[in-house]
Design a protein. Structure first.
Length: 211
């Protein structure tokens, strides 16, 4: 993980621009994950930094790591309390216009054949995403998403089931694409009592092409 992937660093926090394809947690098949890069992200500290939240393997962008256990606990509390601002950019496989909110509770289902996925379910966990269409071209739309909750696959399911249009390249809720999944964690703002907030922006990756 090169230094040019570091978007923010101070004594307690590190925000990296996670590449698409890199899982945050070690996969069962033993392939590379963020853990393989933690040694290079110590920057003079004895401890490895710890990821405070998760991004899907195929999602790129802002990932917060804590550089000590106290900071980790504070950051996790900020996420759980809904105080963290997250802005995502996605290209959807269809045309949507305007802006709005998607409130769809989500639950995890699992089958032996298809593995697990998240589905809208009234008995699931409350999930809220704000969205705004940025521009449409060639039958696809660039959309800004601001999730108010942090459920697994939230934006992907809210796009596919809430807006009726999946994220381009989503292998689970849409259809795979040779260019990969066009979902990117573009901005992260984490408030800190008595300190300036952590702010980071990750540039749009090359796979987004002309967008």
């Amino acid at each position: 993980m090169h230094g040019d992937r570091v978007l923010f660093i101070d004594g307690e926090a590190l925000v990296i621009d996670k590449p698409a394809g890199l899982p945050v947690d070690p996969p069962r098949d033993g392939s590379l994950s963020l853990e393989n890069h933690l040694e290079s992200l110590k920057f003079g500290f004895r401890r490895w930094p710890v990821a405070v939240h998760r991004l899907d393997r195929d999602t790129s962008g802002c990932l917060l790591l804590a550089r000590n256990p106290k900071a980790q606990a504070r950051f996790q509390q900020a996420f759980e309390a809904g105080l963290v601002e997250k802005r995502y950019l996605a290209v959807l496989d269809g045309v949507v216009e305007g802006e709005g909110e998607i409130a769809l509770p989500l639950a995890k289902v699992s089958t032996a054949e298809a593995g697990w996925r998240m589905v809208p379910d009234d008995r699931g966990k409350a999930s809220l995403t704000r969205w705004r269409a940025v521009r449409s071209e060639g039958g696809r739309t660039l959309v800004e998403f601001r999730p108010a909750t942090g459920r697994t696959h939230q934006i992907r399911v809210h796009a596919a089931s809430g807006l009726g249009v999946p994220v381009v390249g989503d292998p689970v809720y849409g259809r795979p694409d040779c260019g990969g999944m066009l979902l990117h964690a573009a901005e992260l703002v984490v408030p800190r009592p008595g300190k300036d907030p952590i702010r980071a922006e990750a540039p749009l990756p090359e796979r987004f092409g002309a967008w």
